[in-house]
Ligand binder design. Structure first.
Ligand code: BES
Ligand code: MN
Ligand code: ZN
Length: 497
């Protein structure tokens, strides 16, 4: 059974060599519109094709190192980390076509060398990702060789940013592996196994996993209800990271529905197979914890992942059934396909109980978010302006965009039950994404909390560096948030980035 991840490990180096000495299979340089090619490339065969329009590629044949790719970056004043990620992804794909295994990127000029370097690393590693462990090898049509190394021709000062970016992008690729794995492999037990691996790799990380009986004994009624229809054992996974932070303990919660059929409120079959990725929030949270620990950030984390299948069966929860959540509130389950909020409700309460002082949850929660925001922005819903602003800022930095939607007492009215405190789905599907957020808010008390609905961004995002499949959305965002918290502690003075 495949267990460990198989995403290509790209070596990243920073070197002060000049272009002719780069010594890689393929040299890559960016070109801003209307500017000159760097010395060593100007005048090379093919140079006239490189105009600098954003995303335009031109292959040059300078005397040394032999082959060079020029990637258009557009106007200089529009240059940012996102353009670096996109440019690097285009170059990585071209490298595959050219069967180049080592790349050297001459750092383009920008206002922020570290951010540009990080973007190049991120874009290269994410674009090099493939999920082919279940595919046979066709000797007549071998896949392009993996990219083995990326050398940044850049000042040494960008080395720390490049290394952080490497760790984060590798973690994001591991999250994509978890997303892509089919539900008969990526079960709740598999996710728990991955959490145990993460804890085993670092002394500062500890893990605790509750199984079906312990979940029932603790009266986590939401997770009990959703998992009662499947024979696959549910798991409530808790990872803690003690990084010696001086700020508030950050709680991370990720929806871990390893397959969502909808239950008795069965989904139509057309795209049901995509629901193997209904654990994308869990994947992002687990691998973000791994990355934060690997980076040794000075923060304290408690991550809670409720993991289960949602299946129809003779033991499954039925529409109209009333359950009692972990915090004592009762819920009429009017639609068994609105299962995510039921398991998250218990996980949020548990995270607060375990000491989370501010919480961010990631969940593929509503189809409605696809209608509202497509795959460009995730929806952000929060009871705390400060935390919401931090999430928006981190999202802007990493390119995992998030747009805030409002909470309002009128939405709260929609979530009231007819025979119980709450209902998990309203008769009219008004404001589906906000409804779900309003429901979750009932389970965090006064704790600052931000909910990120990633149903539109977790796959099919279509960015150059993530493609159409699993995107790993949220891993870099969560690490960036944690970096923001870590910077506030007293250790910030000794932190070089
Ligand atoms: N996992 C789905 C949401 C989803 C839909 C994710 C499409 C990714 C792509 C969630 O459990 C769900 O089924 N939500 C329902 C809620 C409704 C019944 C109130 C939905 O959005 O239709
Ligand atoms: Mn569902
Ligand atoms: Zn779901």
């Amino acid at each position: 059974m495949p267990k460990r991840v198989d995403s290509a490990a790209v070596r990243v180096e920073v070197s002060q060599h000049q272009i002719p000495e780069a010594g890689a299979d393929l040299l890559v340089a960016g070109l801003h519109r209307g500017e000159e090619l760097p010395a060593g490339l100007a005048g090379a065969a093919g140079a006239d094709d490189a105009g600098g329009a954003f995303k335009k590629l031109a292959l040059l044949h300078p005397e040394r190192p032999g082959r060079a790719l020029v990637v258009g970056l557009g106007k200089r004043d529009e240059m940012d980390a996102e353009r670096a990620r996109v440019a690097a992804a285009l170059a990585a794909k071209e490298a595959g076509r050219l069967e180049a295994e080592s790349l050297a990127w001459a750092l383009p000029v920008s206002d922020d060398d570290a951010a540009t370097a990080a973007g190049l690393v991120t874009g290269t590693i994410l674009a090099a990702y493939r999920f082919d462990r279940f595919r046979g090898r066709d000797p007549d049509d071998p896949p392009p060789p993996p990219i083995e190394s990326l050398t940044l021709l850049a000042p040494d000062g960008v080395a720390a940013a490049a290394e952080t970016a490497r760790v984060c992008a590798a973690a994001q690729n591991r999250a994509r592996d978890l997303q892509n794995l089919p539900s008969n492999v990526a079960t709740p037990s598999h996710l728990a196994g991955r959490a145990e691996e993460i804890a085993a790799a670092d002394d500062a990380v500890s893990v605790e996993v509750l199984g079906r009986e312990e979940i029932a004994a603790r009266k986590m009624g939401g997770l009990v209800a959703v998992s009662q229809g499947t024979e696959e054992e549910p798991k409530l996974i808790v990872l803690r990271y003690a990084g010696g932070g001086s700020g508030p303990t950050l709680g991370l919660v990720g929806k871990g529905v390893t397959f969502d059929t909808g239950g008795i409120s069965l989904k139509s079959s057309a795209s049901m197979h995509e629901m193997k990725m209904d654990m994308s929030g869990a994947a992002a949270v687990l691998e973000a914890v791994a990355a934060i620990a690997e980076l040794g950030l000075a923060v304290d984390l408690v991550a809670v992942v409720p993991a289960t299948e949602n299946m129809p069966s003779g033991t499954a929860i039925k529409p109209g059934d009333v359950i009692t959540q972990y915090n004592g509130k009762t819920v009429e389950v009017n639609n068994t396909d609105a299962e995510g909020r039921l398991i998250l409700a218990d996980a949020l309460t548990y995270a607060v109980e375990l000491g989370a002082e501010r919480i961010v949850d990631l969940a593929t929660l509503t189809g409605a978010v696809l209608i509202a925001l497509g795959s460009t922005y995730a929806a952000l819903i929060s009871n705390d302006d400060e935390l919401a602003a931090e999430v928006e800022k981190a999202a802007e930095t990493t390119g995992e965009l998030a747009w805030r939607l409002p909470l309002h007492p009128e939405y709260k009215e929609l979530t009231k039950g007819t025979v119980a405190d709450l209902t998990n789905a309203a008769a009219k599907r008004k404001a589906g994404t906000i409804y779900a957020g309003s429901f979750l808010e009932e389970f965090v008390g006064e704790t600052p909390w931000a909910h990120v609905d990633i149903a539109g961004t977790a796959w099919d995002a279509g960015r150059e560096y993530t493609g159409k499949d699993a995107s790993g959305y949220g891993v870099r965002l969560l690490v960036e948030l944690a970096r923001g918290l870590a910077d506030r502690g007293p250790s910030a003075a000794s932190d070089s980035h």
